[in-house]
Design a protein around this ligand. Sequence first.
Ligand SMILES: Cc1cc2nc3c(=O)[nH]c(=O)nc-3n(C[C@H](O)[C@H](O)[C@H](O)COP(=O)(O)OP(=O)(O)OC[C@H]3O[C@@H](n4cnc5c(N)ncnc54)[C@H](O)[C@@H]3O)c2cc1C
Length: 384
Amino acid sequence: MDFSFSEEQELSRKAAKDFAEKKIAPTMEEDEKEHRFRPEIVKEMGKLGFFGCIAPEKYGGLELGTLSATVMTEEIAKVSPSYGLPFNLQMFAPQTVLLNWGTEEQREKYLPGFINADTMGCFAMTEADTGSDVASMKTAAVETDDGWILNGSKMWISGIPFADVGIIFASTERELKHRGISCFIVDMHTPGITQNAIETKLGLYCAPTGEIIFEEVRLPKDALIGEKNGGFKICMNMLDSTRLSSATRAVGVSAACIEHSTRYANEREQFGRPIAEFQMIQEQIATMLVEHEAAKLLVYRAAWMRDQGVRNTLQVSLAKYYAAEAAVAAANTAVKIFGSYGFSTEYPVERLLRDSKSYQIVEGTSNIQKFIIAGYALGKRKDK
Ligand SMILES: Cc1cc2nc3c(=O)[nH]c(=O)nc-3n(C[C@H](O)[C@H](O)[C@H](O)COP(=O)(O)OP(=O)(O)OC[C@H]3O[C@@H](n4cnc5c(N)ncnc54)[C@H](O)[C@@H]3O)c2cc1C
């Protein structure tokens, strides 16, 4: 029997595909040129339940599971990689953290808003001097009698400057390195917080990215998620979800590259026949398809494991590494197949190449994924 999806998962895919084609595609190319983000699109996705896949019904979720969320993300990213990102900001990051580590009060207070997108989310580890080496973060939270005081800054944070509530990681005992990091849920409109857009990105023009500055920000006691100094474990657990979601977006990009390239190869004629008839073009398309299918199956397996409640850190890294590399390779090939038109902003493949590069960086670079994979292969890492 072939690998197949449940009826529910197929309906999820169809809902996302229809939404992407009807609500995102019509304005997307113009928005890309203007670098315009439309929060109303994210809010509509929220109202339709797109961000309710992993949360129980009592918080407003639909409990459709990670595989449903995965096929939805794939369909949205195929049309717009930028609008695939909110699956992380509204669902995988904040909801994974709250469901696995939050108190009942924190869940009741925050989950419904993330799910219906009345609350715009973000999650922040990265700083100007701290990327792969998360444990060396400098943003610090100092405990007081009635809560915490947060100082520092975060860089390259998706969703900024539109975030209402963020999952913020900060050092609470710097000398302990990764054992001295804590996780906070922060109202991003608290006095002392500034959100600035980064306008110099290579791609993902419809997805806001920015820096956050924290100056003497007073947080209440219950802003802490989990235990003091327990944040690194929460962060790694969250990354198992957000990484998978970025691998899924990469699969959406390679699907789009294949669709555009095959159509173009059948239409474009040189030497009196469609370029699709040249064996070298066929080889390029076959390679794109093989790598795309392999990436997709790695992603589906990791998502399925999450739905079974099985730890999937290795499988997520395998999927993230391979899907990111396959997306960049597919976009690079697509630009070649389009010739000069691949170099033109009139066609989508140059955008797909620019957007695809983000997957080799976000949620841990390709090198970091290989570092994790090799760790498992060499017996240096083991799941407890
Ligand atoms: C579009 C976009 C959105 C983002 N959104 C978010 C977000 O929402 N939240 C957030 O917290 N962050 C976000 N990031 C930041 C992203 O996660 C980091 O950029 C990423 O983790 C890499 O960190 P860095 O850029 O500091 O690179 P560095 O860590 O400085 O790495 C530089 C180079 O060195 C390599 N390298 C580093 N360490 C090792 C090692 N041990 N072994 C081998 N090679 C190594 C890396 O692979 C890379 O090639 C975003 C980034 C982008 C581009």
